[in-house]
Design a protein around this ligand. Sequence first.
Ligand code: T4K
Length: 365
Amino acid sequence: MPEQKPIYVTQPHLAPLEEVQAYLSRIWSSKVVSHNGPLIQQLENDLKQKLGLRYMSIVLNGTLGLQMAIKALDLKGEIITTPFTYVATLCAINWEGCTPVYCDIDTETFNMDPDKIEELITPETVAIMPVHVFGTACDIERIEAIARKHHLKVIYDAAHAIGTRVKGNSIFNYGDISVTSLHATKIFNTGEGGACMANSEELDEKLQRIRFYGHDENREISVQGTNGKMTEIHAAIGLANLKYFDVVLHDRKLKYQLYKKLLSDLPQLRYQKIEREETNYAYFPVVFESEAQLLKVENALKANLIFPRRYFYPSVNLYKDITTYQPTPVSEDLSKRILCLPLYYALKVEEMERVVKMVAECLAS
Ligand code: T4K
């Protein structure tokens, strides 16, 4: 029997090496490696065109992008966010000296529950930072109506959401600023990376100054900046990968639907409610009836070299060393019962069938 290869929760999609090398050779000729070079500019333009965006500032990673967004909007005070997220959302709020206030999530969509936002607003509230969790759009209409009513800024943590659309419009076009991640584990990646999408030219220019230590076009310092510049090398990976964006996105949807079909005989399992067809199906989260059931399945899969992931456990409001606990019972409960199964472009149908067979056997035993 051939040795079985491990199956991880994800695997980056990488363009053929020679296609990356073609971009890299431009860097080796021009010697422009950083400082908003031609490849970064091309990647920004190509992504804007592909996604239908007016503004985009590519940055080093999504976490820094969130920090830069907070800085660009001059936010100081409480930011209402979701506890069902990766710790990066919390890191960004804390690093900028703001205070996270946790709004519990909807039991079906796993996104911030708009019914619970207004009761959290105080005179200190300055913004709402929802997450389009697993790439599934939040209730943007209601969130933005609440923000308008209370004069709050909205920063969407759209780390998972590249390719998600709402009524044909990129999800990145919502909020004062949307921030995505271009990390290796995302549908479209530059290795490490992120991007800030502002809703005005003025804000976009400010973000560009912030990512370049605060310099304006005359090299004067006009704002507190940082070093948020992505290198041309990462842009080369991104430009090569961009050619495959549509193929990878389409494959995700087919695989998501196949998993749902293969798992349809298991009434113990529940799934994220996806209300809009145009989601990117970035992850395949499965909700178990109990944590014990989840652990049993996770251990059985791991024993067979299959490594699903508990995104996002624990609920971040429980990280007592970096945040003040505020109860969010839905998030705390769901985060214990959600497991993401492997989902990526190179994953074979036979491998998905093997994963499902093991889940089914484990639940039956
Ligand atoms: N907001 C939200 C809601 C986020 O989820 C994130 C990040 C951010 C903000 C911040 O964006 P960035 O600053 O990261 O741009 C990942 C990612 O590091 C992180 O980007 C992501 N979200 C978070 C949810 O997960 P892990 O813990 O999954 O990484 P790791 O190394 O365990 O990788 C998972 C599997 O993927 C591995 O078992 C094997 C495979 N893999 C991974 C990498 C990195 C590869 O095959 N090759 C690779 O290079 O973190």
